[in-house]
Design a protein around this ligand. Sequence first.
Ligand code: FES
Length: 154
Amino acid sequence: MIKEKRASDVEKILAKYPSKRSAVMPLLYLAQEEYGYCNDAAIREVAELTALDPTEVKSVVGFYTMFFEEKTGTYVVEVCDDLPCALRGADAFVRHCEHKLGVRAGETTPDGKFTLRTVMCIAACDRAPVAQVNREYHYSLTPESFDKLVDDLK
Ligand code: FES
């Protein structure tokens, strides 16, 4: 439980906000960091910490794509395929990513290292193709630079 395992982080987060409910997103990040995804136990725990109903917390998890409802790989590779990126070759780039990782978008590699996802605009349209790997941006990717990135992470 994060309130035991990450007690000081929980306290720091709660102290930053005038009301507990405002801490829901940072606490979900913390829970996701701890459990790998926002499972039902994490949702109940964050609900208890924020005095929210678990349904309200679950709706936050469901709304924001950066919260994962299922177990993911160690590295979550999120490639934007929204329209501006598509105009700069994102669709072909996603196919390359699928080929390199050996999975389709939405899947996790059998070794549990990589989850590949496609996402809507991540506000880097001018530097497409763009991907976020565990929230770190990688801009102006090419098939070669993506392969190197994956090989380095392995
Ligand atoms: S459309 Fe891809 S980053 Fe904006």
